[in-house]
Structures are given as C-alpha cells and as structure tokens.
Design a binder for this molecule. Structure first.
Ligand SMILES: C[S@@+](CC[C@H](N)C(=O)[O-])C[C@H]1O[C@@H](n2cnc3c(N)ncnc32)[C@H](O)[C@@H]1O
Length: 194
C-alpha cells in the first residue's frame, strides 16, 4: 500500500464553494485535486494500492480529513472539476468520526496528529526539499509519504511529523509542485516493486 498525506493549509472546510473557483474560493483545492489525479490515475487504469489523505485546514471549520481508497473508488474521473464535486459532496456531511460519502471517499474531523496516530505498520517518509536523495534510500512497499500543498509545513506540523521519526527524503535538486512529487514517487516505487 502506498499512502500520501497532503496538508491543504487553506483548503475549504465547507461545501460552500464554486467548482469554477477551485483555485480561489476553495482555498487552492485545485492543488489537492491534482494530487489525487497523480496518486491514482494510470493510462486507462486506476491504482488500487493507493490511499490519499487530505487534511483540509482552511475556513470555516478546520480540520476536515478526506480519505480516498483506491480499491473502493468509483466515479473518479481525471478532470479536476468532477473530483472537486466529489470532495464538495463529502464536505456536505457533518462528520466528526469517519463517514463514507461515496464509494472510496470518506470524511472525518481528523487533524494531522490524529491521522499520524492511526498509521500502522507503515514506513513514514517526509518529503522535503532538503532531505536525503530518494535514489539512495531503501523504501518499503508499504509506505506513507507526508507532503505539503503550495506552502511549506508550519514548524508545528513539521514537529508532529518528525516525532514519528520518518525518513526525510528529497526527490531532486529543486522544489516541485506537490502533484509532480507524487508522480515521481509513484514512478520510483513502480521501478523498485513492479
Ligand atoms: C510546492 S512545494 C511547497 C512550496 C515551497 N516549498 C514554497 O514555499 O515555495 C510542495 C511540497 O512538495 C514537496 N516537495 C517539493 N519539492 C520537493 C523535492 N525536491 N523533494 C522532496 N519534496 C518536495 C514538499 O513536501 C513541499 O512542501
């Protein structure tokens, strides 16, 4: 299982946004939707062994966590607008503990700390531009990556992640978009394990 935890620092925690304004009123939800695409989509197929956890921290009611499970997903299409609609439907639920919104999509009120606390039997990797090169790192097949959206993790978030003693790895010499990082990681794991 490959798991990606992505922090959406400004991402909307209400369904009250327009699908035409994913990069604005929805608090850069477009970044997270592209991460979903990169995590799951293959050419004419979907990765079943992937889970994505989005931690939404924007107004008005943070945190909200959306969990997408590759082996259960239905109705996921490669365009950002329709995935935005699935996330918006999930945000219509008043979920504190986890509830299913549609096949393979769950919503809860979990924050980053709760999410990290629930990880079991998985290697944790913090993706950071200043880490060690992933090409020199041993990776497990069962692995969880933490990355940020268009902003860096705050010091507090980074401390929470570091408490779990992750490997801190970089994917190359420059800073990439979050969705591109997921594509690179998927490719790296495909080369090692498929
Ligand atoms: C667009 S970057 C973050 C924004 C950028 N650091 C800034 O404030 O200008 C999104 C996230 O992707 C991951 N990332 C980007 N480039 C990376 C690299 N070369 N190696 C590892 N992770 C990277 C990090 O988790 C980063 O927080």
């Amino acid at each position: 299982m490959r798991r990606f935890i992505i922090i959406g620092h400004k991402a909307s925690t209400t369904a009250d946004f327009k699908l035409d304004d994913l990069a604005g009123g929805a608090g850069r939800l477009d970044v997270l939707l592209r991460c979903i695409n990169s995590a799951f989509f293959l050419s004419h197929d979907l990765r079943k062994d992937v889970e994505v956890l989005l931690i939404l921290q924007g107004p008005p009611g943070p945190p909200k966590s959306i969990r997408l499970v590759g082996s259960e997903l239905r109705y996921l299409n490669p365009d950002e607008r329709s995935t935005g609609a699935l996330i918006r439907n999930a945000l219509m639920k008043e979920a504190r503990s986890e509830e299913r919104s549609s096949p393979g999509i769950y919503i809860s009120g979990r924050n980053l700390q709760d999410t990290l606390g629930l990880l079991e039997e998985t290697e944790l990797i913090y993706l950071k531009e200043s880490g060690e090169d992933i090409r020199n790192a041993q990776l497990a097949e069962n692995v969880t990556f933490v990355l940020s959206d268009h902003m860096d993790l705050t010091d507090e978030e980074e401390s929470m992640v570091l408490l779990k003693a992750p490997k801190t790895l970089k994917l190359g010499p420059i800073s990439y978009h979050a969705d591109h990082c997921i594509t690179i990681v998927n490719n790296e794991l495909d080369r090692r394990f498929l």
